[in-house]
Design a protein around this ligand. Structure first.
Ligand code: PLP
Length: 402
């Protein structure tokens, strides 16, 4: 019997470049090697205990569906969180989603028809590719460079990506995979561009609480001139170190966009109910001092990364400014091969380090081949050990550039 073919979409969607080396890591572990994971953004900061306590108080007789836009307690708590930051939003401008991932998919689908284009700055969070394929839209990459600390390119370079099909510009701030924090001036530049070209500005702000060296995060929500063109996509995965809760949100002051997004939400019924009680409690309970502490922890790890890798021959990067990532240039021709070799052909006393090759974060073929992304999500001591192993590996890797 002939078997029907799967869809073009299902065949074309990319496999996660962050996870693709996992089988090699599994095999290394099976053979007794300890693998330090600098490849994935899974924070090791404990989920605040209050999260569990808040849920325990709400155990229902029936775990029922909740409202499609999320429970009012959580939407209101998010408004209070923004209020403390000096940004006024109302709960009808907030929609709770199943993770930041769903927030990005919903936002893309709410502003684009199939075949429309979204400008994004490469390297970018690789899962945007998958979301764009699901939504049937095209991501048009505009390059940012390691030499500029991956800050925004010139207006001319950005505008060179615009076509008749362009509907939005997408930024991730602070950025995954580069750790770049956009300055208020850069956002204002983008605001002028999207205003002039009548586009949406989508901002993924899931790392907004983690900025270093006394930097203050500038949100697109504070761009006064384009309130109805701005959509923020957010998540509690990193904010409260609770990736498994699967909760995120979308914020927009555009009523039409929010009405559309609500209908997407109704189709998938509701986000996880219990997790929302825990999240609502944390939004109110955890103040600036909690975020400062967590951010300082990441900053110390960033400092370890800089101490260990700055000045290493052939390695180049500018000091990351936020989130918990760095994209660094290394002296190899093919970082994919290097990352695989670290898992299959190299170890120091039975230990090795896993990094994410950066090419998967670029849309333009050939870019990022000599770069890797490092997620500094391990304790300082493990960071030092894993980076030391990385340096030793780089020194003897057979594919090292002369
Ligand atoms: C930039 C960025 N956006 C969105 C997400 C998705 O977050 P969530 O776990 O809430 O789906 C991630 C996860 O790593 C991310 O790094």
């Amino acid at each position: 019997m002939p078997v029907p073919a799967s869809s073009r979409r299902a065949r074309l969607i990319q496999a996660s470049p962050i996870r693709k080396l996992n089988p090699l890591a599994d095999a290394a572990k099976k053979s007794g090697i300890r693998v330090y994971h600098l490849n994935i953004g899974q924070p090791d900061i404990p989920t605040p205990a209050d999260y569990w306590e808040a849920m325990k108080c709400r155990i229902p007789e029936v775990l029922a569906y909740g409202p499609s836009q999320g429970i009012p307690e959580l939407r209101e708590a998010i408004c209070r969180y923004y209020d403390r930051l000096g940004t006024a939003i109302t709960s009808d401008q907030v929609m709770i989603t199943t993770g930041g991932s769903e927030a990005v998919i919903f936002a893309m689908m709410a502003v684009c028809d199939e075949g429309d284009e979204v400008i994004c700055f490469e390297p970018f969070y690789t899962n945007y590719n998958g979301f764009a394929t699901m939504a049937g839209i095209t991501l048009v990459p505009v390059r940012s460079r390691v030499e500029d600390g991956f800050h925004l390119p010139s207006d001319d370079e950005i505008e060179s990506g615009f076509t008749k099909r362009t509907k939005a510009v997408l930024v991730c701030n602070p950025n995954n995979p580069t750790g770049t924090v956009l300055e208020a001036g850069e956002l204002e530049r983008l605001a002028k561009l999207v205003e002039r070209h009548n586009l949406f500005l989508l901002a993924d702000e899931v790392y907004r609480d983690f900025t270093f060296d006394a930097r203050r995060h500038a949100s697109v929500l504070d761009l006064a001139n384009i309130p109805e063109q701005v959509i923020v996509m957010d998540s509690i995965s990193k904010r409260f170190s609770s990736c498994g809760a699967r909760l995120g949100n979308i914020i927009s002051r555009n009523t039409e966009v929010m009405e559309g997004i609500l209908k997407f939400g109704q189709a998938r019924l509701c986000p996880p109910t219990m997790a929302q009680y825990g999240a609502a409690y944390l939004y109110d309970k955890l103040d600036e001092s909690y975020f400062r502490k967590v951010s300082d922890t990441y900053q110390s790890r960033r400092d370890v990364l800089v101490e260990e890798l700055e000045g290493v021959e052939g390695v180049f990067f500018l000091k990351p400014e936020g989130a918990f990532y760095a994209t660094i240039r290394i002296p190899v021709k093919d970082a994919d091969d290097f990352a695989a070799w670290m898992l299959t052909g190299f170890n120091v006393d039975g230990r090795t380090t896993m990094v994410a090759p950066a090419a998967g974060f670029y849309a333009t073929p050939g870019l990022g081949l000599d770069e890797v992304r490092i997620a500094y999500v391990l304790k300082e001591e493990d960071m030092r050990t894993s980076l030391d192993i990385l340096k030793k590996g780089l020194a003897v890797y057979p594919g090292r550039k002369a």
